[in-house]
Structure formats: C-alpha cells, structure tokens
Design a protein around this ligand. Sequence first.
Ligand code: FPP
Length: 248
Amino acid sequence: MEPDELLARIRVNGAIPRHVAIIMDGNGRWARERNLPRPLGHRSGMKAVRAVVEGALEAGLEVLSLFAFSQENWQRPAPEIQALMSLLEEYIAREADELAEQGVRVLVLGDLTRLTPAAAAAAAVLVDRTAHNDKLTLNLFISYGSRAEIVRAVRGIAEDVKAGRLRVDEIDEAALGARLYTADCPDPDLLIRTSGEQRISNFLLWQVAYAELFLSPVLWPNFGKRDLFEAILDFQNRDRRFGRVTAS
Ligand code: FPP
C-alpha cells in the first residue's frame, strides 16, 4: 500500500499515538550487505531520519524520539565515532532550515559533555533556534543511556532533599519523571526497533513502561514513511489496558 493510503487509514482509525520512540538499528548490516564501510550505513541512516520526521509531521505525532547514539557506542572504533559526530553536524547543517520551517522543536538529550565541541555547539544552536516551535518535538538522544539518566534524576532528588527543597514523602513517580530528560514529554505510546533485534538496549527504560512494542525486520536505512505508517496502523489495533481489564 502507498504511504498516502496508509495515512488515510490512520486518519480514519483516529487514535494517533502522541509519542513514538525509535531504536534505529541495522546501519552496519545495511553497509555490510553492500560491501560498504559502516559509516556509509550511518549516512544512509541519516536519510531515513529525514523521511521519518516528514512522516511524523504528516501523521500528526506530538513527539518523535530517536536513539541516535548510546553511551555504549563510545566503545566503537574511533573512526566510526568520528563519522557519527560528523554526521550529526552534517544533519544539523542540512536540515536546520527545513526543521525550523516545518515547526519542529528539536531537543538533543544525553550526556552532551562528551560530544566534540563542534557537534555540541551545532546542537545547541539548533535547539535554541527551534525552541519556540510546537508542531512536532523531535528528541535526538545522543550519548544517552537510560540507567545513567535515572541515576542523574536520583542525584537531583537527593540534592533537593539535602537542600530542603523536597521532603522524602514528596518523592514519587512524578518527582522522578520531572528530573528525566523527557520531563516535558508524554511517555512513548509506541516503541519501534528496526533490524529484527528484540532488545530495549538501555533506551527510555522508565518512560516505556506501558509502550506498545513494534519490532520491524527492516534495516534502519531502508525504513521509511511507509514503515512508520504501518507501525502506527498496527498500534491502532492494539488493546491497551495499562494493567486493567478491557472495558466491555
Ligand atoms: C545502529 O546501527 C545505529 C547507530 C548506532 C547510529 C544511528 C545513527 C543514524 C541513524 C544516523 C545519524 C542520525 C542523526 C540524527 C544525525 P548499527 O551500527 O548498530 O547497525 P548494526 O547493528 O547493523 O551493526
């Protein structure tokens, strides 16, 4: 089915997920299948990011979260890390105007102290430039690990208690959620992972508590609007109970 037809079906069904999170996986395998170096797989993955952002805007999502670089990825060979940092800068240089015009608010989330100064500066400029936009929030998770994010939030709580700003009996799920990078976003309704892997890989562990999972066999560089729309259609057929029984 063509993407436009899928989109029409999504609109008829009505219940659009507010927040879709994606673990973009399979760039390396995409490159290997073609006897290309891994960085070319990532470059191709960057084009898929563009297509999926367009799809998110067309479908009317509020938030799209993309796992672009994990804390564990710092252990990859230096040339691959360098290629990924350059790609981030290139993505920002190429897409900034269009993202700004499309009304996309970009947030870059993770331990940004480890980015190259050029990549960190480019990210800060884009975040600042798009801060007033409200059509779609695009969360780019870079140098991100969910356990580290939770530890950071717990430290924040401990500091607030120590300083007398928070009482121990005020520590609840909302207090922790408010100290995560995603404090302003609804939790993901749908978590997509590409390339046939079936792991969460330390991505948004707290936030995906009730997310529906969609595991796609498609390698990330081949993932497009059609695949995103198919995942949303699949989501629309799920029975989300949040631990309760179905209303009859
Ligand atoms: C996983 O594939 C993908 C990554 C580690 C990087 C994701 C980066 C991009 C999609 C491009 C840059 C995006 C932005 C927003 C600038 P893998 O290398 O683990 O693939 P493999 O499992 O097949 O080896």
